[in-house]
Write a protein that binds this ligand. Structure first.
Ligand code: EPU
Length: 303
């Protein structure tokens, strides 16, 4: 039996909501709409199944990648030779206890943001316009408008490479700008956030206001993966790219947004290679003209 048969046997004859497909095109599972096939694509609905994937990874030395909601991801044209995992089912749990919320890693940030606002809880208003998952937001310490996800975290549960759950506190998670110490674990499974009690109407108004600011200053209609580069200390990557005259610059089907320089759009069936060539071009120009190194924020898969 190979790893594919063993993976299939995980869900065969079981009453599970998990879904497994082989040779799955990844373009339809990420916001760039780019990328080749995954050898296996597994929507995992229970902690038990996830632990078995961790063990299978170890036993067969098959690569496993958690893709969140695919909103901050560039997948190679050659695809991915391992198992791509997306968390569903149990991982979509949202449970409030006064101003604290236990939230599963599969929950989308806009859903969390709206439900918190309905309850008059402040803290995640910034997240309505970020289409990622809670798991991705924890690992990347996602943020906008001066707020970062990590600031709200009281506890994070991760799963080790052995499939064991571990609870980490805020400091253990080592949050910094668009970074955390959570990446080395097999998976982030859930978190407890501390929100601030407020007035539901005010929280909703702030959430809508931040959303409106986002859609007027950033592109949202075309396929993209959010900000392509981290902001270098003391600079805005988008502003630097803009000042180098690169807005609208195109390689193949990929174009630098004319609205915000830090976004690359898949305008016309761009390949991952188009995007990466554009990334390299931008990095070289900004380095030459402004002496600043731009580091990618978008995560690469299959390169
Ligand atoms: N600017 C330009 N030209 C551009 C883009 C920006 O002149 O093409 C100027 C703006 O006018 C503004 C300044 O640069 O004066 C900063 O721009 P903005 O307010 O858009 O913020 P940012 O630093 O470019 C960061 C985050 C965004 C987040 C916004 C809003 C990073 C890499 N980017 O962008 O996050 O939405 O602030 O808070 O940290 C993401 O992480 O994917 C992302 C989009």
């Amino acid at each position: 039996m190979g790893w594919k048969e063993e993976l299939s046997s995980l869900i065969q004859n079981r009453n599970t909501r998990s879904k497994l497909r082989f040779d799955e095109p990844l373009g339809k599972h990420n916001y760039f709409g780019i990328g080749g096939n995954a050898a296996a694509y597994f929507e995992v609905s229970t902690t038990d199944e996830l632990a078995q994937v961790a063990q299978l990874k170890k036993r067969w030395e098959v690569p496993v990648a958690l893709i969140g909601r695919g909103s901050n991801l560039l997948v190679s044209d050659a695809g991915y030779s391992g198992i791509v995992v997306r968390l569903i089912g149990e991982f979509n749990r949202l449970e409030f206890d006064q101003n604290r919320v236990d939230v599963g890693a599969g929950v989308s940030l806009p859903r969390l943001s709206k439900i918190a606002a309905n309850r008059g809880l402040s803290g995640v208003e910034f997240a309505l316009g970020i289409p990622g998952s809670v798991g991705g937001a924890l690992i990347m310490n996602a943020g906008a408008w001066g707020s970062s996800f990590g600031d709200l975290v009281e506890r994070v549960q991760v799963m080790t490479e052995e499939g064991e759950p571990i609870d980490l506190n805020h400091d253990d998670a080592q949050f910094s700008y668009r970074h955390s110490g959570l990446k080395p674990y097999f998976c982030v499974t859930e978190a407890t956030l501390t929100l601030t009690p407020g007035d539901a109407e005010e929280v909703d108004a702030l959430m809508q206001d931040l959303y409106n600011q986002k859609i007027t200053s950033q592109p949202f209609a075309e396929e993209n993966a959010g900000c392509m580069f981290k902001n270098p200390p003391g600079h805005s990557a988008g502003k630097l790219i803009d000042e180098c005259g690169l807005k609208g610059h195109r390689v193949g089907g990929a174009e630098v947004s004319k609205i915000h320089g830090n976004f690359i759009l898949n305008l016309d069936n761009a390949t991952a290679q188009d995007v990466l060539s554009l990334v390299r071009h931008i990095q070289n120009r900004v380095k030459r003209e402004r002496g600043v190194d731009l580091e990618m924020e978008v995560q690469l898969l299959g390169f």
